[in-house]
Design a protein around this ligand. Sequence first.
Ligand SMILES: Cc1ncc(COP(=O)(O)O)c(C=O)c1O
Length: 369
Amino acid sequence: MPVKKSATSLLKPRRAIARMTPYHPPSSGRSGKMRLDFNENTVGCSPRVTARLKKLTPAALAAYPEYEEAVPSLARFFRVRADELTLTNGTDEAIQLIINTFVDPGDRVLILRPSYAMYRFYAQIMGGIVDEIDFRPDLSFPAYAIVKHLGTPAGRRTRAVLIANPNNPTGTSASPEQLRAILRAAPQAAVLVDEAYFEFFGQTAIGWLGKFPNLFVSRTFSKAFGLAALRVGCLFSQAENIAAVRKGQSPYSVNAVAVIAALEAIKDPGYVKKYVAEMFASRKLLCDELKRLGLSYGSSDANFVLIDFGEQHRAIRDLLAERGILVRDRDYEISGNVRFTVGTLKQTRTLIRELRRAVRRLVSEGGAK
Ligand SMILES: Cc1ncc(COP(=O)(O)O)c(C=O)c1O
């Protein structure tokens, strides 16, 4: 029986939800394509992980997850104490936990623009007031503007500051000194340094946990480790903060298969090291080609490059998609820019061949840069 319209309009969502614009990242039709649109590992995880997963038994899947082995092992891997870490369902849960633990409706949350969409998403669900600071015109990190804002009356009421380092989609990063200045300027706020791209960058704030009681750091297995499908990451902070966060966390938010995969992945650090080394070579190859093509692009500290195609941004995305290569058009936040994830050398050579072809086609049609 068809549902009557009046019946569906009876329930009103909370005001914070009603005010939100839905966020719909592309979430289908990617299988079998060259996935250069989500900054994932473009070939997959260590074969050790898949071999371990093949050994899963029905009994292992029948039981609720247990974390007694995982937490100390991951703590050793990340060189923190077990009470300074909580396992999370990807970085997304880490962001949500920080907001849930420290931000009340009407509190202020500071984020950067453009940056990872889920910061705004969780702050808005809570009914927080989102303050945004723009990256500088050259897309470098706006440390001065952030510290200045934190000194204003509104800034002093900020309860969370969410920073991706390196940042997505700009690829740019904050220096340790800049991050320390923000931590000092916002003692009343939970300051998250989201290190989703750490493996490609090498700089971390994890070592400062003892120094800054307001510091939170997140890591993920979704990017270099190649486990995005499983949704697993870690959130780090001082023990008292982690205890508060855990109070509000679902006891089984990370599934048992994800835990097993993460534990196996950290036993094969050589795999990630090799992938990262190849990504560096690929990124250089791609950037050299972009120069040759006369395209302007931002220098990147992560496994993606933001390229300015001007008015041709959509045409480039579509021409590459026709050839089975997915890239992400970010024109809606940085005019004319498209973000390319960088994968293996073989993939980058294919990408370059197809990019040349697309540019040639646009030039012949007239109007390309
Ligand atoms: C800065 C940043 N943080 C976090 C994530 C997502 O991480 P996870 O898959 O661990 O939720 C992304 C993914 O694009 C990202 O760019």
